[in-house]
Design a protein around this ligand. Structure first.
Ligand SMILES: *Cc1c(COP(=O)(O)O)cnc(C)c1O
Length: 252
């Protein structure tokens, strides 16, 4: 078995074990999003051939190039792409019509939601709504994108009431890095759960109808135990990233 296949098998086993430890009644199964940023097309195909279907990318240009890659289109027809990095409004037209785009996890303003909704209607009028998550800045760090937790309910309401080409499926956070799990539940994850609960009561829907996207390589099991339904795992599957050699050339 290759390194990627072995890593996927191990992550799946750990996901199943963490899922079994969940105390609350989480309605959704856990979706493993394999974060392939900076990694070559061959690695994505290999993971796909090992049964992986959801893949996450941070940068719009890299997502566009990989989603349009001929080999991936041919060999990975059921691939589901997630945008997990910051999206600028002027880049929205580049991604809404992408084949196999499954979810934009990083909506953090009404203006961005509006732009996505308008572009979706324009480019794929009969395509059904695009699934989106609200990115929440739970760690209150300037450098991290995401909306402040207290502003999430009104954004959720805007998406639900005014964006008929978008479907709000959950909330997402990155959180502070290097949290030591032995100290207890990650406060960022707890803040995302609280935010999800506030949003769902504001929308008058069941909390379990909204997913939680939290947990990465270092803490995905912990996140699942707290109720995460969408984990974003990169380096544990594909190996450490080398940022000095981008896998896709950035076109100016
Ligand atoms: C890179 C990235 C991940 C994956 O990080 P790993 O530590 O490699 O698992 C998850 N989420 C976001 C938003 C990322 O940018």
């Amino acid at each position: 078995m290759s390194a990627i296949s072995e890593a996927l098998t191990s992550v799946r086993r750990r996901v199943a074990a963490a899922t079994a430890k969940r105390t609350s009644n989480v309605r959704h199964e856990v979706r493993l999003v394999a974060v392939s940023k900076t990694k070559p097309v061959e690695d994505i195909i290999e993971a796909y051939q090992n049964g992986q279907r959801d893949f996450g990318e941070n940068y719009v240009q890299e997502l566009v190039e990989k989603a349009n890659n001929e080999k991936i289109l041919k060999l990975c027809p059921e691939i589901r792409w997630h945008l997990i990095g910051h999206l600028q409004r002027n880049k929205v037209p580049k991604i809404v019509a992408l084949k196999n785009l499954s979810m934009v996890e990083t909506v953090d303003s009404t203006k961005l939601a509006e732009a996505l909704n308008t572009a979706r209607q324009k480019y794929i009028p009969n395509g059904g709504p695009l699934s989106v998550m609200i990115q929440v800045n739970t760690s209150n760090e300037e450098a991290k994108s995401g909306i402040a937790p207290e502003d999430a309910p009104s954004l959720a309401e805007y998406i639900k009431d005014s964006c008929r080409s978008l479907k709000l499926v959950g909330v997402m956070t990155i959180g502070a890095y290097d949290y030591d799990v032995s100290l207890g539940p990650n406060p960022d994850f707890l803040r995302l759960i609280t935010c999800r609960n506030t949003v769902s009561s504001h929308l008058e829907i069941d909390a379990e109808e909204l997913e939680l996207s939290m947990g990465m390589s270092s803490d995905y099991e912990h996140a699942i135990e707290l109720g995460s339904t969408n984990i974003r795992v990169g380096s544990t599957i594909f190996g450490a990233r080398n940022y000095s050699k981008p896998s896709v050339e950035v076109k100016k």
